[in-house]
Ligand binder design. Structure first.
Ligand code: BGC
Length: 720
C-alpha cells in the first residue's frame, strides 16, 4: 500500500517530462511589433490596474476575466490582453472577486516540505489549467523570498529558508505554469522578508550576502523556470525602493543574469516615473500608487528624452517578448469548467507528501480498530485553516468558514477555512470507533473527554496573513493551555498543527505524536487522515528551522513594529548575512526545537558507503540508501558541505528523493551547484571557490550527520 499513494496517476500526468518549446525567436517578433506601435500604443502595455469591483464598469466589457491585474491588449496589432491572478496556492481572483472555480492547493511551505520537484510541477500545472479555464493568461506566482523572519505573515506563501531548495522548487512551479502557456512571475524581488511596515521598511544587506542567499534563490528559479516577469518588492533595498533599485533590476537581474523578460511592480510599489530608468518595465495595480507614473508622465517623455525613449522601446519589447515566448499570442486561454477533480487529486497528494511527522512515540499510525477517539479544537469539525491575503483561494466547495477580520466589505485578510472536516475524515477511517468532538473552548472540558478516550487528537490552528506578521511564535489564543490540559489528562495525545510557519511547542514532551500539516489545502482533511492511519507513510521534511525561542533568531525584536520611522527604520540582514536559517544555527552553535530538513517516517533508513568525487568546479556525492524498516517509504537524504578550505559553514548542496520497499537499497548521486561551493567576491564580480579540502556530510536533517567525507578542489573563479 505504501508508496503507491505517492505520485499516483494524477500527479504523474502532470509531471512535465518535457517542457514546451519557446516560440521561435520572440525577440525578433517583439521588435517587429514595437516598430509598428503608435506613440499612444507605446504606452498601453506599460501600466495595468487592479480590478476592484468599483473599477469593473470602466473595463472593456468583452468577457475579460478581470482578476488581480489587467492590461488591455492592442487589437490592431493582435496583442492579447494580460489577465492576471494571484496563484501560488491556486487561482485566487476572477472578475475582481475571489475565484470560485479553482483548486486550493496546500501552502507553498507545505510544497517546500515535500522537497519534490515533480510534485511542485504537478501542483502548478493544475493551477495553470484552472487559470486557462478561467480565461487568465498571467499568474502572479513564484514566491521565493527566503524565510529570514519566522514571524513573517507570508511565510506560508514562500518556500522556506534555503536558496537551493526554494530556488529549484520555484523554478519548477514557474516551468509548469508556462508549459501550459500561462505566464508566471517570480516574486517579490527582493528580500521582502517581513510584512511589518513592508511598504516602507528599509532592508540593509551586503552585496555578497544577498547574492549568496535570496538573490541566489531568484537566480536559480529564473534559470530553471524562465519566468516571463519578475515582480519587484515593496521594501527598500540598501537605500532605494526595490522597484527603483538600479542595482537589483538593471545590474543584477538584467545585466549579470541576462534576464530578457520584464519587471512588474508589486501593487503599489511604483513610486516615480524615474523607476523606469532603474529597470522597472510595468506599473501594476496603478490605483495603489500615489499617481499613475507610467501613464501620461512617461508618454510625455517618450520621444523627447533619449533615455526614456530608449527605455519605453525596451519596456515594450520585454513585455512582448515574454508574451510571445510563453505562447500568449498563439495559444490563448479558453473559458471552460475547470477540472476540479484533477486539481483536488493533486492537492491531496501534495498535502500528504508535505505533512511532516515531528514526533512519534509509536502511537502512529493509528490502528483502525481504535475504539474511542476524541478530536479537539482547531475547527476540526468544520475544515482546515488557510492563509489570508492576496493568495487566498476560495475554492468551489468553500469556504467552510469565513470569519471577517475587518468591518469593511473588502475583507482580503479574512480567516478562511477550506471545507473538508478532519473529524469526518477520521470517522471515515475508523468506522468501528466512537469518534467525538470537542471545540476546545474550555480546556477542562476537553481534558475530561480526553481522559475518557483511547486517543486524543488536537488540531491547533494558526491564522497568518499577508500584511501582518505574528508578534511571537506561540500558537494564538489559549491553544497551548488546551494542549497542556489534554496531554495531562491523556498521554496518548496527538497534536496536528495547521500553521503558517514555525511555532513553539511548550507541551512537546507531554505529547505522543506531533504532525505539522501547514495550510493543507482543499483536500487537507483527507491527507491528514491518510497519514494518521498509515494509508500514507509520512515523508515531509522541514523546509525551515523551528526555533526553540525567538532569542535564538538573528532578530528577537521585530523591526518596525513599535518603533517605525520612515526613512530610518531598516532591517539589518547582515546579522546573519547569507547564513539564513539552519546556517545561522550551525554558525551560532544553537540547538533549535526542530532543525531544517527534519521529518520522521513510519519506516527507517540507513545511509552507507559515501564516495566523493571532485571534478572541475563541482563535487559528486554518491551513497547508498536502504529502507531498514518494514514499510515502503520515501526518504530525502540531504548533502551538505560543512567546510571549504579554511572556511567553515554549513550549506545544503543537494538532496535525493528515494522511494524504497522494505529492505530495498538504492545508490544515489548528488551533484553540487558550484555556486554553493563558492563565495561571491564583490571586487572580482564573480563567484570564488576557495582551494583546499571540502568537508561533505550526508544527513537526515541539517543537524543529523549520517555519513561524512572530504575531497579537494582547486581555487576557481566562476565564470573563469
Ligand atoms: C502582493 C502580491 C500580489 C499583488 C496582486 C500584493 O499585495 O504583495 O504578491 O501578487 O498584491 O494581488
Amino acid at each position: 500500500m505504501f508508496g503507491k499513494v505517492f505520485l499516483a496517476a494524477s500527479v504523474m500526468a502532470l509531471t512535465g517530462a518535457a517542457s514546451a518549446q519557446p516560440a521561435p525567436n520572440p525577440d525578433k517578433q517583439a521588435a517587429a511589433l514595437v516598430k509598428q506601435m503608435t506613440v499612444e500604443e507605446r504606452n498601453l502595455l506599460l501600466h495595468g490596474f487592479f480590478s476592484r469591483p468599483n473599477r469593473i464598469n470602466k473595463l472593456p466589457q468583452i468577457g475579460a476575466p478581470y482578476a488581480a491585474g489587467y492590461t488591455p491588449g492592442i487589437a490592431r496589432l493582435g496583442i492579447p490582453q494580460l489577465a492576471e491572478s494571484d496563484a501560488s496556492l491556486g487561482v485566487a481572483w476572477i472578475n475582481g472577486k475571489r475565484a470560485k472555480d479553482a483548486t486550493a492547493l496546500p501552502s507553498s511551505l507545505a510544497l517546500a516540505a515535500t522537497w519534490d520537484l515533480k510534485i511542485a510541477y504537478a501542483g502548478s500545472a493544475a493551477i495553470a489549467l484552472d487559470a486557462r479555464a478561467s480565461g487568465l493568461n498571467v499568474l502572479l506566482a513564484g514566491g521565493v523570498d527566503l524565510t529570514r523572519e519566522p514571524r513573517n505573515g507570508r511565510n506560508f506563501e514562500y518556500l522556506g529558508e534555503d536558496p537551493l531548495l526554494a530556488g529549484l522548487l520555484a523554478g519548477e512551479t514557474i516551468r509548469a505554469i508556462q508549459d501550459q502557456h500561462v505566464m508566471s512571475t517570480v516574486k517579490h524581488y527582493a528580500l521582502n522578508a517581513q510584512e511589518t511596515q513592508q511598504n516602507n521598511i528599509g532592508v540593509n544587506i551586503s552585496e555578497a550576502a544577498a547574492r549568496e542567499s535570496d538573490l541566489l534563490a531568484f537566480e536559480i528559479a529564473i534559470e530553471r523556470g524562465n519566468p516571463g516577469a519578475v515582480m519587484c518588492a515593496y521594501n527598500h533595498f540598501n537605500g532605494p525602493y526595490s522597484c527603483a533599485s538600479d542595482f537589483l533590476l538593471n545590474q543584477v537581474l538584467k545585466q549579470d543574469w541576462g534576464y530578457p523578460g520584464f519587471v512588474m511592480s508589486d501593487w503599489g510599489a511604483n513610486h516615480a516615473t524615474a523607476d523606469a530608468l532603474a529597470g522597472l518595465d510595468r506599473e501594476s495595480g496603478e490605483e495603489f500608487d500615489s499617481q499613475i507614473f507610467f501613464g501620461a508622465p512617461l508618454m510625455a517623455l517618450d520621444g523627447k528624452d533619449k533615455a526614456y525613449t530608449a527605455r519605453v522601446t525596451d519596456m515594450n519589447h520585454r513585455i512582448l517578448r515574454s508574451m510571445i515566448a510563453v505562447h500568449l499570442f498563439d495559444d490563448p486561454p479558453k473559458i471552460a469548467m475547470p477540472d476540479i477533480a484533477r486539481g483536488e487529486a493533486v492537492a491531496r497528494e501534495e498535502s500528504a507528501a508535505g505533512t511532516v511527522l515531528l514526533k512519534n512515540n509509536g502511537v502512529l499510525p493509528l490502528l483502525k480498530t481504535a475504539r474511542r477517539i476524541v478530536v479537539i479544537g482547531g475547527y476540526a469539525n468544520i475544515g482546515v485553516m488557510s492563509g489570508g491575503g492576496s493568495s487566498q483561494v476560495a475554492p468551489q466547495s468553500g469556504p467552510a468558514l469565513n470569519i471577517p477580520t475587518t468591518i469593511t466589505a473588502d475583507d482580503w485578510q479574512a480567516v478562511v477555512l477550506h471545507s473538508g472536516a478532519p473529524v469526518r475524515a477520521i470517522m471515515a477511517r475508523a468506522p468501528g470507533a466512537r469518534v467525538t468532538f470537542d471545540n476546545g473552548a474550555y480546556p477542562a472540558f476537553a481534558a475530561a473527554k480526553a481522559k475518557d478516550a483511547d486517543v486524543a487528537i488536537i488540531f491547533a490552528a494558526q491564522w497568518t496573513t499577508e500584511g501582518l506578521d505574528v508578534p511571537d511564535l506561540s500558537l494564538p489564543g489559549a491553544q497551548d493551555d488546551l494542549i497542556a490540559a489534554v496531554t495531562a489528562a491523556n498521554p496518548h495525545t496527538i497534536v496536528v498543527l495547521e500553521t503558517g510557519g514555525p511555532v513553539l511547542m511548550p507541551w512537546l514532551d507531554k505529547t505522543a505524536a506531533v504532525l505539522e500539516a501547514w495550510y493543507p489545502g482543499i483536500k487537507g482533511a483527507d491527507a491528514i487522515a491518510d497519514i494518521l492511519f498509515g494509508d500514507v507513510n509520512p515523508s515531509g521534511r522541514l523546509p525551515l528551522t523551528f526555533p526553540a525561542s525567538l532569542e535564538q533568531t538573528p532578530r528577537p525584536k521585530l523591526d518596525g513594529l513599535l518603533d517605525f520611522e520612515f526613512g530610518k527604520t531598516a532591517v539589518n540582514y547582515d546579522i546573519e548575512g547569507s547564513d539564513v536559517g539552519y546556517r545561522w544555527y550551525a554558525r551560532q552553535n544553537l540547538t533549535p526545537l526542530f532543525p531544517f530538513g527534519f521529518g520522521l517516517s513510519y519506516t527507517s533508513f540507513r545511509y552507507d558507503d559515501l564516495k566523493l568525487r571532485s571534478e572541475g568546479n563541482t563535487i559528486h556525492a554518491s551513497f547508498t540508501v536502504t529502507n531498514t524498516g518494514i514499510r515502503q517509504g520515501r526518504d530525502t537524504p540531504q548533502v551538505y558541505v560543512t567546510a571549504r578550505g579554511k572556511t567553515k559553514g554549513q550549506r545544503l548542496i543537494g538532496w535525493a528523493n528515494v522511494d524504497l520497499a522494505p529492505g530495498a537499497s538504492t545508490r544515489v548521486t548528488v551533484d553540487a551547484d558550484p555556486r554553493l561551493l563558492a563565495d561571491w567576491s564583490t571586487p572580482r564580480h564573480r563567484w570564488m571557490m576557495p582551494a583546499g579540502r571540502y568537508d561533505v556530510t550526508v544527513n537526515s536533517s541539517a543537524a543529523a550527520v549520517m555519513l561524512s567525507g572530504a575531497t579537494g578542489l582547486e581555487k576557481r573563479l566562476l565564470p573563469p
